[in-house]
Design a binder for this molecule. Structure first.
Ligand code: UD1
Length: 437
């Protein structure tokens, strides 16, 4: 699709090395899951501390308000107060649900609290099939009956409520693990989730449920055990730093031959990312309060990347690392085992002079000496990040369109990058510079 000029955009004059300290915000995916987890509390209020200011979170807040939950943001928008005591509806708003995949996380908690739930087909980035059969399989194992009609999901608990069960996931789906974990936390008896997702976001959700009075062990590993309790209560909970934002900013430092301190980044969550960057020759220094990423001053080396479930290299950074590999020395084979449709953005990168071929789940990237600025499309959230990275390194001007995708998951990206030396700003559809607050 060719970019439409009459659209808001991010404009970048490439070639400035990024230097200084940049703050890594709270995790988008963890916050969405924690907001769903907060629905489980029938007593008290939950406060999520250090939540990112992004549109997916704002939309989730509107969905929750629509089912009777009170959601308020602190003045700086960094803390979210959620009072779910007055949950009155089992039918989240269709239009908003179809906009974001994260809304699928409401299946488990609303079912557990209301004994039924009806959800429109959940949306999100267009990067592959994104099935939800494992969510359904898990809820059926807990005793729910499911009716699916034209993409709508209607789930109902049996008369005695949900019960514990042994659930084996054919794939370690992040969302399915979370939904089963949330539903099981208020079910009768013990649930065991085998081949569970091990992502830090699942660990965050398990920690929240434990703090709320739930009984969960093994979250963050492939085997999670949940003892159901009758009631959960609200708590204050600090969201983990966003390893995907952290990884993107690390790559921004590397691609601009810069030197950035990622303040607040959690190195252990970012291990698979940091190891790959080190393989390319990038200097990675861990500190107690963050991670320093420094270009070595010589050409970066190509390295193969296989995106897979945690603790493998995250699929959400497959697109950004390809931008970086497009300027490395040599050829890299990049395989995405998680999504089958996550290479469409490469057509945009080619417009900037990158050399890549792809088929199915694999792409071959051959490094070039330089990229040149162009008008490109952010075809989805992480593709948008890849375009911004390429633009930061390219000669000349890059304009990235469809910025609403980027706003779903990156908090004030242009301001943050400008503060460490990037020549980057936003323009409205008429080309006027705009401040984003
Ligand atoms: C979450 C993240 C997303 C990330 C992904 C993988 C959120 C809001 N999104 O998405 O950013 O890219 O984890 O790390 O947290 N699958 C099935 N059946 C199912 C469920 C999933 O086949 O029932 C497949 C999907 O089609 C996909 C793969 O499994 O190919 C991974 O999906 P999953 O781990 O569930 O990702 P999400 O929770 O949707």
């Amino acid at each position: 699709m060719s970019p439409t000029p009459k659209e808001p955009r991010i404009v970048i004059q490439g070639g400035q090395p990024l230097k200084g300290s940049i703050y890594v915000g709270g995790s988008k995916n963890a916050t969405l899951a924690l907001m769903a987890g907060a629905v489980l509390a029938s007593q008290g209020q939950t406060q999520l501390i250090r939540a990112p200011r992004i549109s997916d979170i704002a939309n989730m807040a509107i969905i929750l308000r629509g089912v009777g939950i009170r959601v308020a943001f602190s003045d700086d928008q960094q803390n979210i107060h959620i009072d779910a005591t007055n949950l009155i509806s089992f039918e989240p708003d269709d239009q908003l649900v179809t906009k974001m995949r994260g809304s699928l996380q409401l299946l488990g908690p609303i079912l557990a609290r209301m004994r039924k739930v009806r959800l429109a087909p959940p949306g999100g980035c267009n990067i592959g099939a994104r099935a939800y059969d494992l969510h359904i399989k898990g809820l059926i194992a807990l005793g729910a009956t499911i009716d699916e009609n034209q993409g709508y999901i209607f789930a109902e608990a049996p008369a005695g409520g949900l019960h514990g069960a042994q659930v084996y996931l054919d794939k370690p789906s992040v969302g399915a693990t979370m939904n089963i974990l949330m539903a099981a936390s208020l079910a009768r008896g013990t649930t065991i989730i085998e081949n569970a997702a091990q992502e830090p976001d699942v660990e965050d959700l398990g920690n929240l449920i434990v703090a709320m009075g739930g009984k969960v062990t093994g979250h963050g590993t492939g085997l999670i055990t949940v003892e159901g309790v009758t009631e959960l209560h609200g708590v204050n909970y600090q969201v983990s730093p966003d390893r995907i934002e952290g990884g993107t900013l690390a790559m921004a430092a590397a691609i601009t031959r810069g030197d950035l301190f990622l303040e607040g980044a959690n190195a252990s969550h970012m291990r698979p990312i940091l190891m790959k960057l080190a393989e390319m020759g990038i200097v990675v220094e861990e500190a107690p309060n963050g991670v320093r990423i420094k270009h070595p001053g010589k050409q970066l080396k190509a390295t193969d990347v296989t995106a897979m479930p945690h603790p493998g290299f995250p699929t959400d950074l497959q697109q950004p690392i390809v931008a970086l590999l497009s300027l490395a020395e040599g050829t890299a084979m990049v395989t995405d085992t998680v999504y089958e449709g996550r290479f469409r953005y490469l057509a945009e990168l080619l417009k900037m002079g990158a050399k890549a071929r792809w088929e199915g789940r694999t792409a071959v990237i051959t490094g070039v000496d330089g990229l040149s600025g162009a008008d490109v499309e952010a075809s989805d959230l992480r593709a948008g990040a890849a375009m911004v990275l390429a633009g930061l390194a390219a000669q000349g001007t890059t304009r990235v369109f469809s910025v609403h995708h980027i706003d779903r998951g990156y908090e004030r990206l242009t301001q943050k990058l400008a503060a460490v030396g990037a020549s980057i700003w936003r323009e409205d559809e008429l080309g006027n510079k705009v401040e984003v607050v």
